[in-house]
Design a protein around this ligand. Structure first.
Ligand code: B1M
Length: 229
């Protein structure tokens, strides 16, 4: 059967998810949008659609990107298809009616343009009841500091996907220390090349493996903060 003949709505859940991994790999935005809508209509939770169909699809793309089978233009198409799927899920993930817990400034660090993971963390945090101020990509220390001054958030979140850009997180934290404001914020960091040890070494409060961990970590820091008051 050729790809043209595949009718997504006729596939079982399992086959549809596998097909969506292929469609994400091929950067097929409309097919991804259709797949997301079909899974939602089959009562899949937005979180399951996100993690099982989209994030898992992007994980597969990442492997072939690493191995030199896919190149930047193809990965960009895959990223655009993923973002189209996330665009549908966003309102469902953020409108949970959760009570307000606090606020967060988040951005991808200077030199780094990867924003899918950061966007996902932002959405999940909003869904959990945090106000999120998203500084976008390629954020330098001055921009982070200006946003902290403006929004006075509880949490600063930083994302980095490159081994060459992750050290910039320490530049931001060191700048905060130098200005005497480090302890005014909980600093959470994340991104594929990071780990707990790195988070500790740069002086962050915690490293978050994924968006769900970011939410849980943020909640527990907020609970501690309220207990101290
Ligand atoms: Co890039 N890229 N990329 N890329 N890219 C990686 C990161 C890479 C690992 C691919 C590989 O080789 N296997 C590799 C980095 C290698 C390294 O440094 N060790 C790489 C490279 C090399 C590059 C370029 C240098 C390629 C080139 O130009 N030759 C270039 C760099 C551009 C730049 O930033 N200056 C580049 C460009 C791109 C695209 C533009 C094509 C595109 C980005 C599109 C976009 O984001 N708008 C892209 C993509 C898509 C990827 C991969 C394939 C997928 C990243 C992604 O979106 N994952 C990636 C492979 C990989 O990560 N394995 C790769 C899905 C997302 C949901 O997961 O981002 O990990 P993730 O986020 C997770 C967690 O990490 C965590 O929660 C998220 C959700 O669960 N998390 C946080 C993330 N941020 C957090 C912040 C927090 C908390 C948790 O704060 C509290």
């Amino acid at each position: 059967m050729s790809d043209d003949e595949i009718i997504l709505s006729e596939l079982s859940d399992e086959d549809l998810v596998l097909q969506m991994h292929d469609d994400l790999y091929d950067g097929l935005k409309e097919e991804i949008e259709e797949g997301v809508n079909i899974l939602l209509s089959r009562n899949w939770t937005p979180y399951n659609v996100l993690t099982k169909a989209l994030v898992e699809g992007m994980r597969i793309v990442g492997i072939d990107f690493r191995d030199g089978i896919l190149f930047v233009p193809e990965v960009l198409l895959a990223a655009n298809a993923m973002k189209a799927g996330m665009f549908i899920l966003r309102p469902l993930l953020i409108e949970t009616g959760a009570p307000k817990l606090g606020s967060m400034v988040i951005g991808t660090v200077k030199g780094d343009i990867h924003d899918i993971g950061k966007n996902l963390v932002g959405m999940m945090m909003e869904g959990a009841g945090f106000d999120v101020f998203d500084l976008g990509i390629n954020t330098d220390a001055d921009e982070y500091l200006a946003a902290l001054e403006e929004h006075k958030p509880d949490i600063l979140g930083m994302s980095a996907l490159l081994t060459t850009t992750m050290p910039y997180m320490k530049v931001v934290i060191d700048t905060m220390v130098a200005k005497g404001i480090r302890d005014d914020y909980t600093i959470l960091v994340g991104g594929a090349p990071l780990n707990e040890e790195f988070g500790k070494a740069i002086g962050a409060d915690a490293y978050c493996r994924d968006a769900a961990v970011a939410v849980e970590t943020a909640k527990s820091y907020m609970a501690r903060k309220h207990n101290q008051m």
